[in-house]
Design a protein around this ligand. Structure first.
Ligand code: GLU
Length: 423
């Protein structure tokens, strides 16, 4: 162990706050805390990009490989205007917990570029994506660190990144990135896997409390890849989706929205409120609806001290990463509002990324049904383990999920001889 690990210097503040919560129910030694609050590798660079008009612009870019005790690190790359290093560290920490919680043999990482991709031309976007890989090429790869899509990044971008990596390495290596198009090693089912995993989580929870699914009312904030696929799946399963929104606002219908119609109209490029479905509501109003299930599936911190008092639902399912602030989370825990946390509820994406990587490594590809059956099995196993721990300890799903994930990471650190347990 190096001297750095012995110090209690905190490198990831938010991670420390989360770990303090775990410490309320599970004792962690200083060394364990030090291992968990410090990312293993932090990469932080500036990428110069020659824009189409010849002007050079600089874009800050990040990759944080948080913990690799359980395997190569895994996590998405996001393109967002508001990204910063501290935030990427926190997201990489959450990826480490997520992969451990669902028991896939991978560590956690996250990356991103501080950019609004909508302000770039397609050519600029492709050149920037390729530059990201060129800058980080020595640190990524199928057995080191495996990126994937995240906010504002797509299968198309993953394809460009794979191509850049393979050109530099001079060989094919489809397992270096996941969420790729099917033609170059993507997995069937990956596009909607986060949503299907979320739907399975809701089902698993309802089964555990013997509640029937049919007619259950749902409000979904977010109509990107995750929110739209979730609406489609839950509608097909007989849930009543009463509200949905995108960044411009939402629509609502008490008896249930016509989701097929909404999706068809949105396919032709319309914003949610431009469709002929439901009556208009704001994003804020959607969060305050009295529904059986509230699903924040867009961005972080949308449920916070400013609106907690007005939230009426008794079940929140986090399909976005970190949509509930820490103080709001404490408030809900006291009020017995059930929260199915992000590292459990939105883990379907990284689980199918793992399947994609396995398929790439073995060069043998599975049918969609097989992918979805395996996803169902992984989601159920993780839910059952968390639920058991939650019931034994009488604490929240979030605490139970964190405790289980941390336990698995620390076990791997111990088995590697990094942490030595006193006999
Ligand atoms: N970006 C997704 C997440 O936050 C997927 C990551 C992956 O597939 O590696 O879980």
């Amino acid at each position: 162990m190096n001297s750095n690990q012995e110090s209690s210097e905190v490198i990831c503040e938010v991670c420390k706050i989360q770990l303090d919560k775990i410490a309320q129910v599970k004792h962690l030694t200083n060394l364990e805390l030090a291992v968990l609050t410090q990312p293993k590798r932090v990469l932080n660079i500036n990428i110069p990009l020659i824009m189409d008009n010849g002007v050079v612009k600089i874009f800050p870019a990040f990759r944080v490989q948080y913990n690799d005790a359980r395997g190569p690190t895994k996590g998405g790359i996001r393109f967002h205007d508001h990204i910063n290093l501290a935030h990427v560290k926190e997201l990489a920490f959450l990826m480490s917990l997520k992969c451990a919680l669902v028991d896939i043999p991978l560590g956690g990482s996250k990356g991103g570029i501080k950019v609004n991709p909508r302000e770039l031309t397609k050519g600029e976007l492709q050149r920037l994506s390729r530059s990201y890989i060129r800058e980080f090429v020595d640190f990524i790869g199928p057995d080191r660190d495996i990126p994937a899509p995240d906010l504002n990044t797509t299968p198309e971008i993953m394809g460009w990144m794979l191509d850049e990596y393979e050109k530099i390495m001079g060989k094919k290596a489809p397992g270096m990135i996941t969420g790729k198009p099917l033609s170059i090693g993507g997995s069937k089912g990956r596009v909607y896997s986060t949503s299907l995993g979320g739907a399975f989580t809701i089902r698993n929870y309802f089964n555990s409390i013997s509640k029937k699914e049919k007619g259950t009312t749902v409000a979904i904030q977010g109509f990107g890849n995750v929110g739209s696929h979730l609406a489609k799946i839950l509608d097909e399963w007989g849930y009543t989706v009463v509200a949905i929104s995108d960044s411009k606002g939402g629509v609502y219908k008490k008896s249930g929205l016509d989701i097929k119609k909404l999706l068809a109209e949105a396919d032709s490029g319309k914003k949610v409120q431009e469709t002929s479905v439901g009556e208009k509501i704001s994003n804020g109003d959607l969060l305050e609806l009295d529904v059986d299930v509230l699903v924040p599936a867009a961005v972080e911190n949308v449920i916070n001290s400013g609106n907690i008092e007005k939230i009426k639902t008794k079940l929140i399912v986090e399909l976005a990463n970190g949509p509930i602030t820490t103080d709001a989370d404490d408030f809900f825990e006291k009020k017995n509002v059930v929260i199915l946390p992000d590292i459990l509820a939105n883990s379907g994406g990284v689980i199918v990324s793992y399947f994609e990587w396995v398929q790439n490594q073995s060069n043998y590809y599975w049918e969609e049904e097989e992918v979805n059956q395996k996803l169902e099995m992984y989601m159920k196993r993780a839910f059952d383990e968390v639920n058991k721990l939650k019931n034994e300890g009488e604490f929240s799903f979030r605490k139970a999920s964190y405790v289980l994930a941390v336990k698995r990471i620390l076990q791997a650190e111990e088995d590697r001889g990094i942490i030595v347990k006193k006999k």
